[in-house]
Write a protein that binds this ligand. Sequence first.
Ligand code: BTN
Length: 296
Amino acid sequence: MVWKQIAKLRDFGIEIESVKGKGYRLIQPLELFDRTSIFKAVANPAKGLISDLKIYDQIDSTNTYLLNRLAAGLSSGQVCIAESQTKGRGRLGRDWVSPFGCNLYLSLLWRFQNGAGASSGLSLAAGVAVVRALENLGISQLGLKWPNDILWQQRKLGGLLIEISGDSLGPCAVIVGLGINLYMPLQHGKEITQDWVDLAEIAGAGSAKIGRNCLAGAILNKLLPIIASYESTGLTPYLQDWRKHDCIDGQTVSLCHGNRDIEGIMRGITDDGLLLIDDKQGQRLRFASGEVSFHQ
Ligand code: BTN
C-alpha cells in the first residue's frame, strides 16, 4: 500500500505532502550522495589524498564508523559520508541532529607521526578550510566561533568534532567530523538546542543554491590538503584567516570550563590556538578547552 511506504519515508525524515486528486510530492528535491558526482567536484591535490570514500544511507555516526575501524589499519585519506546518522555526535556529548538526505555528515581520517603535531590548533585550521570552501561557493558573512563552530550571522551553520586516538606524543590517528546544515526540515530543527541556520535559508537571502555532492567535493578540496600538511605547517598559515572570521572577539561571554563559569571579554586566540579572555578583574586567561556562550 502506497500510504504505508509514504509513512516509512516520512519516518526517515523525508518531507512528503499529499496533493489532492494527484498523489504525493516531495517538498524538497532529493539529491542523494553519489561517488562519481563527488569525485567530479574534487580536484588535485585533494583528489590524490583520498584513499577511499564510503557512502552510507544510514550509519550510527560517521566519526564512530572510522574510530571503530582504526585497529583494522585504515589508512590516511579514508572518507565516510552518510545520508543519515542514528547517533550523530556533537561536541561535549551533545547529539547532532542528522535526518536523511538533506544535510552533510562527513568524516575524514588522517594519521600523524607525532601526536603533538595534531594539537588543538588542528581544529581551528579545519574550521578555516570549511569557511574557505563555503566562501568559494559564494557564501559570505561566515564566522568562526572558538574552537570550531561555523556560524552565519551568529547562527550555527555547522560544526566540527575532532577525535584523536593514540599516543599524544607519538603516532596517532585523527578523525575530523563535519556536519553542515543544508536543508534542515523544521520537525528536526526543533530538536536543536542552539540558534541554527541552514544553507537553504542563506540561499533565500541571496546566495546561489548549492548541491549536496558539490558541497561535499568543495569541502574535501579545502580540508584534505590542510589536514595532510598540518604536521609540517602547524596553525601559522591559517591564523590570519581564523582571526578575520573570529565572530566573538571583543564580546562579553561566559566560558564554561570544567565546573567553572568564567565571565569576561573575548580577546581572540594565541598563535597556538588557545582562547584568550580578560576576566572581570582584568586578568588575561588562556584556555585550551571549554564552551563559549554569549552573555545576555
Ligand atoms: C559540534 O558542533 O558540536 C560538532 C558537530 C559535528 C557533527 C559531525 S556530523 C559528521 C560527524 N559524525 C558525527 O557523529 N559527528 C560529526
